[in-house]
Write a protein that binds this ligand. Structure first.
Ligand code: PSV
Ligand code: MN
Length: 409
């Protein structure tokens, strides 16, 4: 550490101490942060209008693992790759080699995502489908997913259903709810006792009139009926405009029902942009709730994953930037002067309470994060370090820009 760095650190430690905060503990929290990388984000992706192919995009499951390991090399807090079962399997239908290859690269498999939205049979939904044979084949897929989760050495399954209807009168909404409850109970019952089920919600798309799990209330209702190991998954892009996500987080935390996140950012709906790129304040306020809980020594196990689609930016760079944005939000939330904030709240001083919160948000945490990275043996700026590392050029040469897309277009 240079003299200047040491001076900055000492100043920061002093400032934090005045707020009753401990620099070493904050650094420890930042070092222990874990974000799962989505295997599906390193392949080509696009919109329904087309795909701009990235010449270095991952083409095979091995490429995806290589890319995730490369990201982890620079960011150091992403040792897990979240998986989508249909897209992360060997050509001969095996999963164990995927796990083994990931391990050889220092990675493990995180949350496993079933896929009940891509087959032709799912035109009218999966577990909510009015046809019994489709419901049964969905349940079979769920049981396969439990086996795959076990085989991949993972402990969590993340379910998102594209089920819904497009037109009034298309199906009976009471019956769809019953089918949904029965289907998820079947999946839950098939899981190992140490597995957790994350239930993701989304207001619309691909269905536009009704969506069977349309919001956090529905997800919570289902999780409460299922049991302790069923928790709500919040995808940041799955809310109607104007919804206060941080309040949802506070409520779910208090109910001990927040299972995890699909991190991304949106301007309108499910835009899947880089987390923290459009609304960094919202991300900070979400982390403010998460750290509020931690500050009371009451933090639950929460799984953080990225769920993004890099359509015009190079995927690996987009992912690295997203991880950095998340670290920034977390660091700012960790330095909130909680004691002073609580005092102002008690006084009813709206102005000062807001100022204390914003003071943390406006603090430049880049030197702190650079220091944390240095202590972890990492470069201070992972994005620039990746650019200098030559991996991007290497994969373009090797993969020759023929990557297939996983999503959209
Ligand atoms: C649906 O929009 C979703 O957010 C679900 O999490 C899917 O698993 C994922 O996107 C597919 O990218
Ligand atoms: Mn998602």
């Amino acid at each position: 550490m240079t003299m200047n760095n040491q001076k900055n650190q000492d100043q920061l430690a002093e400032q934090l101490e005045r707020k009753g905060l401990n620099l070493a503990a904050i650094k420890e929290s930042l070092k222990n942060q874990v974000i799962e990388l989505p295997s599906w984000a390193v392949g080509n992706s696009g919109t329904r209008y087309g795909t701009f192919r990235d010449p270095g995009a991952a083409q095979t499951i091995w490429d995806k693992i290589d890319d995730c390991a490369e990201i982890q090399r620079w960011v150091g807090i992403c040792p897990k790759m979240a998986s989508h079962v249909l897209w992360d399997v060997t050509d001969d239908g095996k999963y164990t080699p995927v796990k083994e290859y990931a391990e050889s690269k220092g990675m493990s498999i995180g949350t496993v995502h079933p896929n009940t939205f891509m087959g032709q049979q799912f035109r009218f939904g999966s577990v909510c489908n009015p046809f019994e044979d489709v419901r049964n084949s969905t349940l079979e897929h769920f049981r396969d997913c439990v086996r795959i989760t076990r085989e991949m050495g993972s402990k969590s399954i993340g379910i998102w259903l594209a089920d819904g209807t497009n037109y009034p009168g298309q199906d009976n909404l009471f019956e769809r709810k019953h089918r949904l409850e029965e289907g998820l109970a079947d999946l839950y019952g098939a899981m190992d006792p140490d597995m957790t089920l994350f239930v993701e919600y989304k207001p619309f798309e691909p269905a536009f009139y009704t969506t069977d799990i349309m919001d956090w209330g529905m997800s919570l209702l289902l999780c409460n009926k299922l049991g302790d190991r069923a928790k709500v998954l919040v995808d940041l892009g799955h809310h109607l405009p104007g919804v206060n996500i941080e309040q949802i987080i506070a409520i779910l935390l208090d109910e001990k029902k927040l299972g995890g996140f699909h991190l991304n950012n949106c301007k309108y709906a499910d835009d899947d942009l880089m987390v923290g790129s459009i609304n960094p304040l919202e991300l900070f306020l979400i982390y403010a709730q998460l750290t509020e809980k931690e500050a009371h020594g009451n933090s639950d196990e929460i799984t953080y994953m990225l769920d993004q689609s890099h359509n015009i930016e190079p995927s690996i760079e987009g992912i690295i930037q997203s991880v950095m944005n998340t670290q920034t939000a977390f660091a700012k939330a960790l330095i909130i002067d909680r004691k002073a904030l609580a005092a102002e709240q008690q006084e009813g001083d709206v102005m000062m309470a807001n100022r204390i919160l914003m003071d943390a948000y406006e603090t430049d945490v880049r030197p702190l994060l650079a220091q944390v990275r240095a202590e972890m043996g990492l470069e201070p700026d992972p994005l620039l370090a990746y650019r200098r590392g030559g991996y991007a050029e290497k994969i373009v040469k090797k993969r020759k820009g023929t990557g297939t897309n996983t999503l959209g277009g």
